[in-house]
Write a protein that binds this ligand. Structure first.
Ligand SMILES: [Zn+2]
Length: 92
């Protein structure tokens, strides 16, 4: 994906995300501008979220499990949003 840095206006291709370990098993997934090194956080995960994500990946797509899967995806989004809010309130 092509991205433009808000900070230095440099355009660059994001090939993959970097992962940094935070406290309490929280991982920050992010990429940075190769020009000015400004950090862009994609999302945060904690062990609970990663467990949920593993379950989502392991769930088959048959009708019986489709509703369960959708619910798990919603829970995952909600948890990730909550975690992001918490991490951003703390600052860096
Ligand atoms: Zn930049």
């Amino acid at each position: 994906m092509l991205s433009k840095c808000d900070h230095c206006q440099h355009e660059f291709r994001v090939d993959g995300f970097l992962i940094e370990d935070m406290q309490d098993g929280i991982e920050k997934t992010y990429f940075e501008c190769p020009h000015c090194k400004r950090e862009y956080v994609a999302f945060y995960t904690d062990p609970e979220i990663r467990e949920l994500q593993a379950k989502i990946r392991n769930t088959g797509w048959n009708d019986e499990e489709a509703n369960t899967l959708l619910k798990m995806v919603e829970d995952n989004k909600r948890l990730m949003n909550e975690l992001r809010k918490r991490m951003e309130m703390q600052g860096e």
